[in-house]
Design a protein around this ligand. Sequence first.
Ligand SMILES: [Zn+2]
Length: 347
Amino acid sequence: MKAVVFHEFGNSDVLRVEEQPDPTPGPGEVVVDVTATALNHLDVDVREGTSRFPVAFPHTLGVEPVGRIAALGEGVTGWQVGDRVAVYLIAVCGACAYCRTGRESLCVAPDWFVSMGSGGAYAEKVTCKTSQLIPIPDGVSDVEAAAAHIAFGTAWHMLITRAGLRSGETVLINSVGSGIGSAAVQVAKHAGAFVIGNSSRDDKLERAAALGMDVGINYTTQDVVAEVMEATGGEGVDVVYEHVGGELFQHGLDSLRKDGRLVICGGHSGEVVPFDIIPFFRRQLSVIGSFVFTRAEVEACFALIARGALKPQVAATFPLEEVKEATDLMESRAFFGKIVLTTGGAA
Ligand SMILES: [Zn+2]
């Protein structure tokens, strides 16, 4: 099979398309013929050696594969060759206290996490455990499923499960042009919220407005907190959706109304920030951490996509061989939604 590998940390020039042996499934595993896989910013961190995950060379990137089951390992039941699936990024144990209580992303004994150990998704085939399989319903294409499963799963977990967003609340979505930002705009609107979003680019704000965003703020030319206060009658928002870090984390805290909650899943633009404790407790604010999502949340999103209620935003598709061009586009940040690699055969 073809796979994208790198033999040293570096920029996108280190990526190579190479021939590798086809994987075979071990007990409890399946091999999936990958038809589509979305790029994720984590891939850049792993390639550059800054991810804080262990990486062995040669390494294949990719955490968002979608395709068809091609082979079943010993003891696999309930799945058939040909089933269309997305692959959950954690091989959960299914038995620990977190797995047993619907919080599987916190599994204490995962066999694999992301592409570590299992071979990444920038390849024609991946091996995974059956505990990673998420069925794709009719009405959701492979490319849509690849673009959607991490973006919408993350947005759903953050807004609905962790922050408990309710109809009638106001929410500030940071960086609406990203995959998880554009998904969050749609999930928040679907939940009945009034949605304010920000971006560094007016064209991305226009795209988000077309998805239902009520108010857009360009954080390079406008004062985020002042614009939020203007849009909320001086109150601030109930919920901030944060995945950027640095200055936007600060703006997020300052944009909350009293008793508001900020839910956060990342901090690329500044992972260590000053934090003023006094207004935090006097205004009774909450900061809520959020770690990936569950398979059930993805299934809920897939069902809504199949009904047309949520729309995956596919910025561009590239064949696997053009991985460098796809990666360079992602790193340019000049796109809206998700970039997808295809290997042919995508339904
Ligand atoms: Zn577990």
